[in-house]
Design a protein around this ligand. Structure first.
Ligand SMILES: [Zn+2]
Length: 412
């Protein structure tokens, strides 16, 4: 860590804040969901224009990859922002609230996009301090699936010289922490997210004569109860799992025993061992509880995102660089992982790096009472974007000093 590269970085980020706010509000007013975000992509392309970056729009989605070469040779570092909104009707009442019914930037990806554009501006202005190359990954379809993987397939991690980026960083805004603070931890940070779907097959009949039918409803209830015991009795409390049955459907009338009952849910885990244990347990319990009642269960498990696992060395490097930039009181060790999911995990399966949380709770609001991300009333403090852009830029400027310049290929 030297004084040079960071000099003026925060002041430059604050000076760039009005531009980030304007871009963020434009994106917020016109949210787009999924893999095709033409309006968002156009806004990003226009914002990057003239900065001297090599800019490549995605071939199969609205992604944007931008590359900036530093003044000296060095490693390649990737900075990522996701750009997609959620299928949610906004209820914030903000002057720049969504003009698209049923779509809202409720996960803060509009801030992520504007922050990364801000970082591009800072890095272009600080190019003389930059050793190596910065790859800016503007990604669609984080919420709907596949965005990061498609960009990896299209080569976002590869360098022209046949190598690979040596570190990757991403920030996610949150109202759980005060604005402008950074929170990160080594190891698992977001959970693996998988789906479960069980169809309990019984035999329909008249509700007054259950002995002549095979009622799937109590069997489904027994399976739901047993799944909670799976968590409390077989999973190590220090390697946690969540199994949530969020939907049960059966029957059409109060006097008809249905043929089937449907159970839908999600399970979240942090390590491959617990992921397998829970996966096997759900299948075993559903089959055998159903069999104990003389019924049958068909089980379908769908594989979602793997866990986000931060590389310890890159996490420590980001922590130290950010603490020097922001002051140690604004950079915190994140005590626990989040059992939500994030597809930056696919990048971190290939390249060592770190994902950190950026506090964006509006001043005057207690973080514990602020509406959370994915809530139709969530409001973020836009000033946090100055911190986010500066931290992004700082991570790139210090990439040359990161330990272990391996070329990735690590499988977590
Ligand atoms: Zn998100």
């Amino acid at each position: 860590m030297t004084a040079g590269p960071d000099e003026g970085l925060l002041a430059a980020a604050r000076a760039a804040l009005p531009g980030m706010v304007a871009l963020r509000r434009t994106l917020h007013r016109h949210p787009e969901t999924g893999a095709h975000l033409p309006r968002t992509q156009q806004a990003v392309l226009e914002a990057l224009d003239g900065l001297g970056l090599e800019v490549v729009p995605g071939a199969h989605s609205s992604s944007v990859t931008a590359r900036l070469d530093g003044a000296r040779p060095g490693p390649s570092v990737l900075l990522r922002a996701d750009m997609d909104a959620l299928p949610l009707h906004e209820e914030t009442g903000l002057a720049f609230a969504s003009a698209v019914p049923g779509a809202m930037h409720a996960c803060g990806h509009d801030l992520h996009t504007a922050m990364l554009v801000g970082a591009a501006r800072l890095l272009a202005a600080h190019r003389r301090h930059l050793a190596g190359r910065v790859v800016l990954m503007f990604q669609p379809a984080e919420e709907s699936g596949g965005g990061a993987r498609h960009m990896i397939d299209e080569g976002v991690l590869e360098t022209a010289e046949g190598g690979r980026v040596t570190a990757a960083f991403a920030l996610h805004v949150t109202t759980r922490f005060p604005s402008g603070t950074l929170h990160l931890r080594p190891g698992p940070t977001f959970a693996a997210s998988d789906g479960l779907h069980v169809t309990v097959r019984g035999r329909g009949g008249h509700a007054s004569a259950p002995h002549r039918a095979l009622d799937p409803v109590p069997v489904a209830c027994a399976i739901v109860q047993a799944l909670q015991t799976l968590v409390t009795r077989t999973v190590d409390v220090f390697d946690p799992a969540v199994v949530t049955v969020a939907s049960i459907h059966a029957g059409t009338a109060p006097n008809v025993i249905p043929e089937t009952a449907e159970i839908h849910g999600t399970f979240r885990t942090l390590t491959p061992a617990t992921r397998h244990l829970v996966r096997d347990g759900i299948t075993r319990i559903a089959h055998h509880v159903a069999a104990a009642h003389g019924a049958r269960a068909d089980v379908t498990l769908t594989e979602g995102y793997p866990p986000v696992v931060n590389d310890p060395a890159r996490t420590a490097a980001l922590h130290d660089a950010a603490a020097t930039l922001l002051g140690p009181r604004r950079v915190h060790h994140l005590a626990e992982p989040i059992m939500g999911a994030e597809d930056f995990s696919y990048v971190l399966q290939q390249v060592p790096g770190a994902m950190a949380f950026l506090g964006a709770c509006p001043p005057g609001t207690a973080p514990e009472h602020a509406p959370d991300i994915h809530c139709d009333r969530v409001v973020f403090d836009e000033d946090a974007m100055a911190t986010g852009a500066a931290v992004h830029a700082c991570a790139a400027l210090h990439a040359a000093t990161l330990p272990g310049r391996d070329t990735g290929g690590r499988d977590t």
